[in-house]
Design a binder for this molecule. Structure first.
Ligand SMILES: Cc1cc2nc3c(=O)[nH]c(=O)nc-3n(C[C@H](O)[C@H](O)[C@H](O)COP(=O)(O)O)c2cc1C
Length: 149
């Protein structure tokens, strides 16, 4: 069985006033679909950008990304920044964790890209460190808004 890890970035279509409701609806659907399909990951939002890491069976992750997420008009400019086979899950306790960006993520962008959080700035040089940071965040802060129950 082939397992993959995917990281993509996108821009939220609605910054205000529906974003909070949109996020809750997205999470609800995500937790339901992802748990039924053994997909795990994290979703961050900040400054109008989403960045999401998804892990699971290639066929399931591809189906989710290409058939659902890519067609979702709550965001635009969806771009895959990282796509690799993997043999272990970094986020395996959560079918989807959602968190607003925090200081550590902001600091990462300042340090690597001399700018505010903007996942489209990630490059082949910085992306692995960014995923490592997401995994570290996930390990130390395993809650936020996830609706895993
Ligand atoms: C930024 C973002 C992340 C999303 N992440 C997921 C996810 O991880 N799992 C999921 O099932 N849906 C996710 N969705 C919602 C899907 O795009 C889609 O609306 C949902 O799966 C329902 O699809 P359907 O109407 O084809 O059943 C996300 C949407 C956005 C905007």
């Amino acid at each position: 069985m082939e397992f993959v890890r995917v990281l993509y970035a996108s821009k939220a279509t609605n910054i205000y006033p529906d974003l909070k409701q949109d996020l809750l609806t997205i999470l609800d659907t995500a937790v339901d679909f992802n748990s039924r399909n053994d997909i795990t990951g994290v979703l961050y939002y900040g400054h109008g950008y989403f960045v999401q890491c998804l892990e699971g069976r290639k066929s399931k992750v591809d189906e989710l990304f290409y058939q659902k997420i890519l067609k979702d008009d709550r965001h635009k400019n969806c771009e895959i920044l990282f796509y690799q086979n993997c043999d272990f899950g970094l986020f395996k306790h959560w079918n989807m964790k959602f968190a607003p960006i925090n200081k550590r993520l902001s600091d990462f962008f300042l340090e690597h890209h001399r700018d505010d959080f903007n996942p489209f700035l990630l490059t082949t040089d910085s992306i692995s460190s960014f995923i490592t940071l997401l995994a570290a965040e996930y390990a130390t802060e395993p809650y936020a808004f996830e609706l895993n129950d």
